[in-house]
Design a protein around this ligand. Structure first.
Ligand code: PLP
Length: 791
């Protein structure tokens, strides 16, 4: 289906866009101009497959999947498009003949960072897989003007700076000025809802191309606009500022992404954002459905709506409202139709992350919806005899609302789904025993292996052909080669090339000299107490102590790499960042440990940084307190790229270990059950500290100001926290973690053994493709199918 793309044609089109779309000639073109011209030239090639997919979808008159997500953490798109078009080498050649370097051009693109972390990145991987599988689908979200903040370090402290990805032209989107919907807030209900305030949701479409350009779906993001652009009355009265107020208020709704990934903010603007994009998306879905002339009661045969966490949970009452108030459907029927369309994915068990809205705020903002929720609740209680309420303690509980209004609720790893049944939705699970199912997360192999790891991609394709890219379980065909020393050497040569690429990247950014033969030990993810970066840096200090105690010992050289942002209001997480940077300063300056231990923390971890760090990793740190990480997807990216995991039995680590084999995974720590038991023991953290001279020494060093000499009291709070409220059991898992790290040390110096373990991780990670996850959703939740003809 894909035509080969000639570099001459591409070059012609790059030059054409440079001149006609950008109004530049080659003499004064900047890197930005070249990148934009290449993007436009490639975008031209996306349009036909995109139109064809739309046409086939209308012809099939089947089911469409709608993925509603507050976040899409996409990253760069140019390389994705080039790869899926099969236009990578043509692009390289075309640019080269213009005197330009492809990698430099591709890396000029700013990340689309419309998400915080795993949840948003999952949505982006799902879009990729939906297109690769040819399942008709739309992603719906918010076109934030400012994505996730940029992280800078100032004397080791995190500073947040507003991000501005739209300050440059965003080449991939098409504005749809004609696609807009009113979204109301406030007011009152007199038979019908009369909102006090209305904003306009305006659509921007980005085509999402699948592998080999066989299919393209749409990501539709909503931007908030005022109904009246400008208050001429105020202006005429001389009130210049007042004249722009309505516009500013409306635009505020899509202005900025909330930077909290695990704490629920409970803020009015956040509620408005949630309702804004959910309402616009549902209006669009119902409009499209009706345009095809189907009977409204058949909506569930044509529409599957997936709620990515509770952020769009208002979809339940909103769909009921659209059916009842605007389409004359009876209330009871409307509720049944909505349930048959909706499904909900739970992403967290952390109590502080479960969304609840203050009843007063909710009533003021969405009065009609509150009324509908009361009816939904009444029906749920009456029909089932359940005592679980949606409205309780003066708040609206979005998890319960999403659960009651969904025909399927899924967790994101086997362990997580079991815990969902036992904890947050224990009672609802008894009432609706078949509703909760599991769909273990996955990652797209196009971005997370093919694009980001060219050396390994080539080796795999030379060994087993290219079929693995959209059929990742074919990686198992590498297994027989994992006994062949020639293959293992080539595997480790690919790893080495990625490590050298990373060492160059570091030397551009810091004055640190990095030895590519050292073990690259990587923990990159949001900074959170449950993810235990704190335990990692404590272990780093303990290891440093041990090297200094015995400087002539045989120590395995390690580079400790940290990356990740903390929510701006999360004080403890920010102190952990500060500590890591302070420790790095002291350790990196120590002549005794110079060539054995270094610590780096490049600022502003994002998708693009992950793409350079993960292929270069030897060791993947997945060390969360058991029972707290719902799934993780970083863990999958690492295993796929041949890094070994040191980890707890948490989230998808459990399934990774089952698949790659216990002998190829460094396990430590308490299990989820043991964690719960341990918390009931009196003074468990003081006991653990007292039992560990190593940990005691480290904590004393920190408390004595060894790493903050100008400010010795800086970390007293953190150290006290471990003694008094070590909720995440850093102290209890510390010794086991330390000992397991020493096993990692000895494994790493046994090159042949390590190579085999690393290669087996890649060979056995095929199941963690998001293609497999999406097939699971399509079968078990959406009842939707692929329209791809694979001829
Ligand atoms: C994959 C990814 C995540 C999720 O990482 P976890 O280790 O699963 O928390 C977060 N941020 C970025 C940029 C990612 O690429």
């Amino acid at each position: 289906m894909t035509k080969t793309i000639a570099s001459e044609d591409l070059q012609f089109n790059i030059l054409r866009h440079l001149k006609k779309s950008l109004g530049k000639d080659t003499a004064n073109a900047t890197l930005y101009d070249w990148r934009t011209s290449l993007s436009l030239a490639l975008r031209d090639l996306v349009v036909d497959p995109w139109f064809q997919s739309t046409r086939k979808t209308y012809e099939a008159a089947g089911k469409r999947v709608y993925y509603l997500s507050m976040e899409f953490l996409i990253g760069r798109l140019l390389e994705d498009v080039a790869v899926n078009l099969g236009a990578e080498s043509a692009s390289r050649a075309a640019l080269e003949s213009l005197g330009l370097d492809y990698d430099e051009v591709v890396h000029d693109e700013p990340d689309a960072a419309l998400g915080n972390g795993g949840l948003g990145r999952l949505a982006a991987c799902f879009l990729d897989s939906l297109s690769t599988l040819g399942i008709p689908a739309y992603g719906y979200g918010i076109r934030y003007e400012h994505g996730l903040f940029e992280q800078h370090f100032e004397n080791g402290r995190q500073i947040e700076v507003a991000e501005g990805w739209l300050s440059q032209r965003h080449t991939w989107e098409f504005e749809r000025p004609e696609v807009n919907y009113p979204v109301g807030f406030g007011g009152h209900v007199n038979g019908t809802w009369e909102p006090a305030e209305t904003v306009i949701a305006n659509a921007y479409d980005t085509p999402i191309l699948g592998w080999k350009a066989r299919w393209a779906n749409t990501l539709r993001l909503w931007s908030a606009k005022p109904t009246v652009l400008f208050d001429l009355g105020s202006f005429n009265r001389g009130d210049l500022v007042g004249a722009v107020v309505p516009e500013a208020l409306a635009r505020a709704i899509s202005r900025v992404l909330y930077p909290d990934d695990t704490t629920e903010a409970g803020k009015e603007l956040r509620l408005k954002q949630e309702y804004f994009f959910t309402s616009a998306s549902l209006q669009d879905i119902v409009r499209r459905f009706k345009s095809e002339g189907f009977d409204i009661e058949t909506l569930p045969d044509h529409v599957a709506i997936q709620l990515n966490d509770t952020h769009p949970a208002i979809a339940g009452p909103e769909l009921v409202r659209l059916l009842v108030d605007e389409n004359g459907v009876e209330m009871k029927t409307a509720i049944d139709i909505a349930k048959a369309c909706l499904a909900y994915t739970n992403h967290t068990l952390l109590p502080e992350a479960l969304e609840r809205w203050d009843l007063g705020l909710f009533a003021r903002t969405l009065p009609r919806h509150l009324h509908i929720i009361e009816i939904i609740e009444e029906e749920h209680l009456a029909a089932t005899g359940s005592h679980v309420r949606i409205i309780e303690d003066h708040s609206v509980k979005m998890g319960e609302l999403a659960f009651v209004m969904a025909h399927r609720v899924n967790g994101v790893s086997a362990l997580h789904s079991e815990l969902v049944k036992k904890t947050v939705f224990h009672d609802l699970n008894q009432t609706y025993p078949d509703r909760i199912i599991n769909q273990t997360n996955g990652v797209t192999p196009r971005r997370w292996l093919y694009s980001c790891n060219p050396p390994l991609r080539s080796l795999i394709s030379e060994t087993i052909g290219e079929g693995w890219v959209d059929d990742l379980e074919q990686l198992s065909r590498l297994e027989p080669h994992c006994a062949d020393s020639g293959f293992l050497d080539a595997f480790m040569a690919a790893k080495r090339a990625n490590k050298e690429r990373l060492a160059c990247w570091f030397s551009d950014k810091t004055d640190l000299q990095i030895d590519p033969s050292a073990m690259f030990d990587v923990q990159i993810k949001r900074i959170h107490e449950y993810k235990r970066q704190f335990m990692n840096i404590l272990e780093t200090i303990a290891h440093w102590n041990e090297i200094r105690d015995n400087p002539n010992g045989e120590w395995t050289p390690r580079l400790k790499i940290f990356g990740g942002k903390a929510a701006p209001g999360y004080v403890v997480a920010k102190e952990i960042i500060h500590l890591i940077n302070d420790v790095a300063k002291v350790i990196n300056a120590d002549p005794v440990t110079q060539d054995r231990l270094k610590v780096v923390y490049p600022p502003n971890y994002n998708v693009s940084m992950a793409e350079i760090l993960i292929p270069a990793a030897d060791l993947s740190e997945q060390i969360s307190t058991a029972g707290k990480e719902a799934s993780g997807t970083g863990n999958m990216k690492f295993a796929l790229n041949g890094a070994l995991t040191i980890g707890t039995l948490d989230g998808a680590n459990v399934e990774i270990r089952e698949r790659v084999g216990a002998e190829n995974f460094f396990l430590f720590g308490l299990t989820a059950e043991e964690v719960v038991e341990r918390r009931n023991q009196h003074d468990y953290s003081r006991a653990a500290i007292a039992a560990s001279p190593r940990l005691t020494r480290v904590l004393n060093q920190i408390a004595d100001g060894l790493f903050s000499p100008g400010d010795p009291g800086r970390y007293h709070g953190l150290v006290r926290l471990l003694h008094e409220h070590d909720y995440f059991l850093v102290t209890c898992d510390f010794d086991d973690y330390f000992d397991t790290q020493r096993q990692v040390d000895s494994a790493f110096v046994d090159h042949a053994r390590w190579a085999r373990m690393a290669a087996l991780n890649t060979a056995r990670s095929g199941w963690f493709s998001s293609d497999r996850t999406i097939r699971g959703y399509a079968e078990d939740i959406w009842n939707s199918s692929s329209l791809l003809d694979r001829s």
